[in-house]
Design a protein around this ligand. Structure first.
Ligand code: GTP
Ligand code: MG
Length: 138
């Protein structure tokens, strides 16, 4: 089974949407094999989103991700990376398909409720940044 990394972002934890979002993952057949609530520093958010360092929204994105607690997770399932991206919906909630997490919950293209890894190599890097092997309970 494949594993992917997920974050429930500050806009969603602030509005008590953790349970509603987890229900969507589980309904899609994604098992939550690790989960913790943490509060990133802006520097830690910057490392996580380093691939976007040259983008104009990078500073705003890092501020946002460090603004309030997040819930980070490892999701496991068949084709988990693609399946999670499907459940999340498009980056901009205005473009997200009906029934997806971002269509239902996201507030804007920046404050869009969830992160999900986009490929096997990034999933492995992101999981290792947030979790030790002992915390992954498949
Ligand atoms: P992630 O799963 O969070 O990586 O989202 P994504 O893969 O759908 O989008 P992408 O990797 O292109 O962008 C990463 C994150 O940067 C997005 O989820 C948004 O939170 C933020 N972001 C992307 N585009 C914009 C933008 O135009 N303005 C702002 N403020 N934030 C943006
Ligand atoms: Mg991305």
């Amino acid at each position: 089974l494949e594993r992917t990394f997920s974050i429930i972002k500050p806009d969603a934890t602030r509005r008590n949407l953790t349970g509603a979002i987890n229900a969507k993952f589980e309904a899609a057949g994604l098992r939550i094999v690790a989960q913790k609530r943490i509060h990133l520093t802006k520097a830690q958010a910057g490392v996580f989103y380093a691939v976007h360092a040259e983008r104009p929204f990078y500073d705003e994105l890092c501020e946002f991700m460090a603004s309030e607690p997040i819930v980070c997770q490892v999701l496991e399932g068949e084709g988990a990376i693609a399946k999670n991206r499907e459940v999340m919906g498009a980056t901009n909630p205005a473009d997200a398909a009906a029934g997806t997490i971002r269509a239902e919950f996201a507030e804007s293209v920046g404050e869009n409720s969830v992160h999900g890894s986009d490929a096997p190599d990034t999933a492995a890097i992101e999981i290792a940044y947030f979790f030790s092997g002992l915390e992954l309970v498949g």
